[in-house]
Design a protein around this ligand. Structure first.
Ligand SMILES: *Cc1c(COP(=O)(O)O)cnc(C)c1O
Length: 397
């Protein structure tokens, strides 16, 4: 079984590049050139140096003693929360801005929901002195003020999008519209393993530094370079793709993906796309999409803005379909509880997204010697208001 993208840009039946005529050429140029750029020596050198000296890699692999005791196995946390800008997203934006520069592009656009990808993009644009426009639904602009302020301080123009529900899907449409108007000079930095081919593969490769590091770190700490379980949360799928990338073909390793159940998978307020989605086209790719009977995209819901996406990367849709990955839905309350648990057991406040991966732990049965690597995709600073508003319930539980 081959889990990687094929020559036509598909993972099994998912993926491809469904883009408007006007973008055809720039997507094709990217398809033809991205591997050459990513594999060039010049790119490799600059990317590695920036990840190390700017983003703070390698991120630690931490054996969480008290959490391990609680779940009766050996749990290592991959600490993406310690990266510059607070999550794994910087791995991708550092890489893509170098790709943009190689292609001779002069202007960067991006979409953002919670603002994490927007901040990571605005950050590398400041670093590389490139103009940056970030599209963000007006609803999100209002509820994610600190990230909007960071983007503006970094020099980005944040454009509030007024169409639809004024959230991520609408911001994405607007970014694509901008790209259509400026295909020659503009590069679109997509924030996850989504979008038309080659984005899912390119983003997975840029995030694969996570599993590359896990291999070396586990070899050192456990005397074997693979775990029994890999666990990560999935929104679009980039931190999960990075976590599993170098283990996809290693069937000794079980992959567990946590998607956002919201108020319950069947509650009508959920973002459990793999369970609820049907095949369709979103953001330029064929994948599982939350949609109504007419094929209109349904608004997803999760307490976590980063998981609140009505699609899923084609790599993950395929991993779920061929049963290479086990997918668990973790509801809002389970994620909140897991966030407080990690905080009180280990002194680490995780991002709400990452708390969904942690919330999958009680749904598993482990053996004492099992080695589990769970990716903490980001830190919880941005989620303090949600935690404080819901904390009392949990602590007294
Ligand atoms: C954006 C984000 C996610 C979800 O995105 P993926 O592409 O699925 O990784 C998860 N965790 C954090 C901290 C994020 O900022």
């Amino acid at each position: 079984m081959n889990y990687q993208v094929d020559d036509n840009g598909y993972y099994g039946r998912f993926g491809g590049a469904y883009v408007p005529e006007i973008l055809h050429k720039c997507v094709e140029v990217l398809q033809k050139q991205y591997l050459e750029i990513l594999q060039s020596e010049a790119f490799g050198r600059e990317y590695r140096v920036l990840l190390r000296d700017y983003a703070g890699r390698p991120s630690p692999l931490y054996l969480a003693g008290r959490l391990s005791e609680k779940y009766g196995c050996r749990i290592y946390l991959k600490r993406e929360d310690l990266n510059h800008t607070g999550s794994h997203k910087i791995n991708n934006t550092v890489g893509q801005i170098l790709v943009a520069r190689s292609l001779g592009k002069k202007r960067i656009i991006a979409e953002t929901g919670a603002g994490q990808h927007g901040v990571a993009t605005a950050t590398v644009c400041a670093l590389m002195n490139m103009p940056c426009v970030v599209y963000m639904g007006r609803t999100d602009v209002e509820r994610q003020q600190p990230n909007v302020e960071k983007m503006r301080m970094l020099g980005a123009e944040v454009v509030p999008v007024e169409s639809g529900n004024m959230t991520l899907k609408d911001a994405t449409n607007e970014a694509i519209r901008d790209w259509c108007c400026h295909p020659a000079d503009t590069y679109y930095i997509i924030g996850s393993t989504v979008g038309p081919h080659p984005y899912p593969d390119m983003v997975a490769r840029l995030q694969s530094v996570i599993s590359e590091e896990i291999k070396g770190q586990l070899a050192e700490k456990e005397g074997r370079d693979y775990p029994d379980y890999l666990m990560a949360c999935v929104g679009g799928g980039s931190n999960a793709a990075g976590t599993v990338y170098h283990y996809l073909d290693d069937e000794r390793v079980q992959i567990v993906l946590a998607e956002a159940g919201g108020e319950g998978v069947l509650s009508g307020r959920s973002a459990a796309t793999i369970q609820l989605g049907r095949e369709g086209i979103i953001h330029g790719a064929r994948t599982l999409v939350m949609q109504n009977a007419d094929g209109q995209i349904e608004e997803p819901y999760s307490i976590s803005a980063g998981l609140d996406y009505p699609g899923i990367g084609p790599l993950h849709a395929n991993l779920a379909r061929v049963k290479r990955a086990r997918v668990l839905a973790v509801n809002d309350d389970e994620a909140l509880k897991a966030a407080f648990e990690l905080t009180r057991l280990e002194g680490i406040i995780p991002a709400l997204e990452s708390a969904h991966a942690l919330g999958a732990l009680p749904k598993m049965t482990f053996k004492k010697d099992d080695v589990v690597v769970l990716t903490v995709s980001g830190r919880g600073d941005k989620d303090m208001e949600t935690y404080l508003n819901n904390g009392q319930l949990i602590i007294n539980d």
